[in-house]
Design a protein around this ligand. Structure first.
Ligand SMILES: Cc1cc2nc3c(=O)[nH]c(=O)nc-3n(C[C@H](O)[C@H](O)[C@H](O)COP(=O)(O)O)c2cc1C
Length: 188
């Protein structure tokens, strides 16, 4: 099974990265193929809303030349998209939001273009946030559930841990065991 892990924190060694360690290690133990993409290192331009991609069939078709083209190739090639993000202002961080907006060319709903490039793929969330899961990460989860419904993706659930004590919160046994269990659930 191929995983594309999109890591959206600007802190490459911060809380979200710490929570991902046991998750990735469990995937590795099960010989899953993983592409790990730190989005804050990538050039991700905002969607221009030009709809050019909607008149191109069977390929992404965006007119912008940035790192999103390569990221989309990885998304198209994977079975599982993992959205790993700290919650900023009740949603994902800006690079992930820009990337999510750029999903447009993967769906062909609004022009002469035909053929979804990602229908049927599985999507999961790993989130870290200051508030409890429901209050802090709930709005982002709702948005992703709706994106999955709209795009014919299979939403597989969220694992989130609250930032109560910076890195220590994510180094606790409960956080580590939860991340490993979540990885096994996605693999099963
Ligand atoms: C700019 C900013 C905005 C934040 N907004 C929220 C928020 O809306 N809700 C929340 O629960 N936590 C919020 N937080 C807390 C972070 O989500 C939390 O500390 C997270 O674990 C940081 O992860 P990181 O170290 O991977 O960046 C915010 C933190 C920052 C820096």
């Amino acid at each position: 099974m191929k995983f594309c892990v999109l890591m959206a924190s600007p802190r490459l060694k911060g809380n979200t990265a710490e929570l991902l360690k046991p998750f990735l290690s469990e995937l590795e133990d099960h010989k899953a193929e993983v592409t790990y993409i730190p989005l804050s290192e990538k050039n991700i331009l905002p969607c221009k809303g030009c709809y050019a991609c909607q008149n191109v069939s069977n390929k992404y078709g965006c007119i912008q030349q940035d790192d999103v083209l390569e990221i989309m190739d990885n998304i198209i090639a994977c079975d599982y998209i993992v959205l790993a993000t700290p919650i900023y202002s009740w949603y994902c961080t800006a690079p992930m939001k820009a990337l999510l907006d750029r999903h447009f060319g993967l769906n062909k709903f609004y022009g002469s273009g035909k053929g979804s490039l990602w229908a049927g793929k599985k999507v999961a969330i790993i989130a870290t946030q200051g508030y409890d899961t429901e209050y802090g990460a709930g709005p982002f989860e709702t948005g992703i559930e709706r994106l999955c419904e709209h795009s014919n993706l299979k939403y597989m659930g969220m694992y989130s841990v609250r930032d109560e004590d910076d890195l220590a919160s994510f180094q606790a046994d409960t956080a580590i065991n939860g991340a490993r269990t979540f990885a096994r659930r996605l693999l099963s």
